[in-house]
Design a protein around this ligand. Structure first.
Ligand code: R5P
Length: 293
């Protein structure tokens, strides 16, 4: 125990220096609570304000997708190069080591398969389980214009309510039906509905024409969805344009794990997202890393 004399001396109050109150680095997130901000700061790198999420949740409706047949063999070696891992609780518990440092985004909607109507989802995870798994966000599919549009929106708002209670952000994933127009007008509508109804961030597709109007009219961060496998340069170009046009990062699956060199591809995507590297330079990096291997 310090003596009374010691307690009187050596105190530095810096009375002339007002306490700094920092704003939170992420778009539209300044009024969130501490725990939620802390989780978001584990998903989004505070230095760049962006994230590279690795999506491996496909199995929840389409089974062992090409590249995800053996997550222990094909995916675990890539994980250290991602900021965030997006997956189901089944794969998390059965395969992913609990010492993993990457932020976990847990898929919490489900209940359908590729054999049936995909929009007919429900909430498929209890909030208590998300807390137990120490996740940084919960991902819910939202089908604007889909057959079960309302049900999917309500799934999202229920997760937002529960997430707000415990400080866990909700990621709204905008799903587009096969027969819907993938244009700026549709995506402005879809992401804005998700943001207005409380999602803390939103995953949506890149479009060539007017993507900057989608990000500009969305008050919270957007991450670009990857989509089906395309050539590496095209995927890097898409990611580059998305972040240059206002996206706060990417959430890519097949374009990473179906690449010939997934670790090299993930590092090339990181260069584009975190360091504003051009697609051409990032492709060079990809080729160098691929050949090293
Ligand atoms: C569907 O919409 C899911 O979120 C996916 O399973 C996944 O996240 C898609 O990733 P990608 O299209 O980049 O393979």
């Amino acid at each position: 125990m310090p003596g009374v004399e010691e307690m009187k001396e050596g105190k530095k109050y810096y009375a002339d220096r007002p306490q700094q109150t920092e704003g939170f680095f992420l778009k539209g997130s300044n009024s969130l609570d501490w725990g939620m901000k802390n989780r978001l700061a584990r998903i989004f790198n505070p230095r760049s304000g962006r994230t590279v999420m690795l999506a491996i949740d496909h199995g929840y409706f389409q089974g062992p997708t090409t590249g995800l047949e053996r997550i222990d063999i094909n995916i675990l070696p890539i994980v250290p190069y991602a900021d965030t891992l997006m997956l189901t609780r089944g794969i998390l518990r059965s395969i992913v080591p609990p010492a993993t440092q990457q932020a976990i985004v847990l898929r919490v909607s489900g209940g359908t398969s590729i054999l049936k109507e995909l929009s007919n989802e429900e909430i498929a995870v209890d909030i208590e389980d998300a807390i137990r798994l120490n996740v940084c966000a919960m991902a819910v599919q939202v089908f604007i214009g889909g057959e079960y549009e309302k049900q999917s929106i309500i799934n999202m708002t229920r997760m937002v309510d529960m997430g707000n209670r415990y400080g866990i952000p909700t990621l709204a994933v905008t799903a587009v039906g096969k027969d819907m127009a993938r244009d700026a007008r549709y995506f402005r509508l879809a992401v804005r509905i998700c943001a207005e109804l409380g999602a803390q961030y939103i995953k949506t597709y890149y479009i060539e024409d007017g993507f900057e109007t989608v990000t500009a009219s969305c008050p919270v961060p957007i991450v670009m969805a990857g989509g089906k496998k395309i050539p590496e340069l095209d995927a890097l170009t898409m990611a580059y344009r998305a972040v240059q046009q206002g996206a706060s990062g990417v959430d890519m699956g097949r374009n990473i794990f179906q690449s010939e060199a997934p670790v090299a591809m993930l590092q090339a995507v990181r260069a584009v997202v975190h360091d504003n590297e051009t697609p051409e330079k990032a492709l060079e990096l990809y080729k160098t890393l691929k050949n090293k291997k």
